[in-house]
Ligand binder design. Structure first.
Ligand SMILES: [Zn+2]
Ligand SMILES: [Zn+2]
Length: 129
């Protein structure tokens, strides 16, 4: 199956083939700030699964132990994709940006020590502190 994620204004998009290697939500401060939401929804695909990318992207680079490169729409600012040194040969894509071709339910919840106390989640997801 081919899925397409795009930014708020529609200028930037990324297309992937097949299912994500990891489909998870993350409660860390970094993901909260990136999304402005209670958690980040991240889908990691093998780099080869990325079949198309379009638009004018800006790049934000984070150095250090959790080094990563994030690409965001230069017009509307939506962070659409990233590559992290900790996830070699994979592309992370903002799960909520797959609006027309939604991802399946996440299978994991990570960085749960940062989870908002009011947030309930379905049972059965792999949970890591
Ligand atoms: Zn945009
Ligand atoms: Zn996170």
């Amino acid at each position: 199956m081919t899925r397409k994620a795009h930014c708020c204004c529609g200028a930037c998009s990324i297309e992937v083939e097949g299912e994500p290697v990891l489909n998870a939500i993350c409660h860390c401060g970094n993901c909260k700030r990136r999304t402005g939401s209670a958690f980040g929804w991240s889908a990691y695909f093998a780099d080869e699964a990325v079949t198309a990318k379009a638009g004018d992207f800006g790049l934000y680079e984070i150095a250090g132990a959790k080094a990563q490169r994030r690409w965001f729409c230069a017009a509307c600012g939506t962070t659409l994709l990233w590559q992290a040194d900790g996830w070699p040969a994979q592309t992370g894509i903002a799960g909520g940006c797959f609006t027309e071709t939604p991802l399946p339910e996440p299978t994991a919840t990570v960085s749960n020590n940062g989870r908002c106390a009011w947030l309930g989640l379905p049972a059965g997801w792999r949970t890591t502190p």
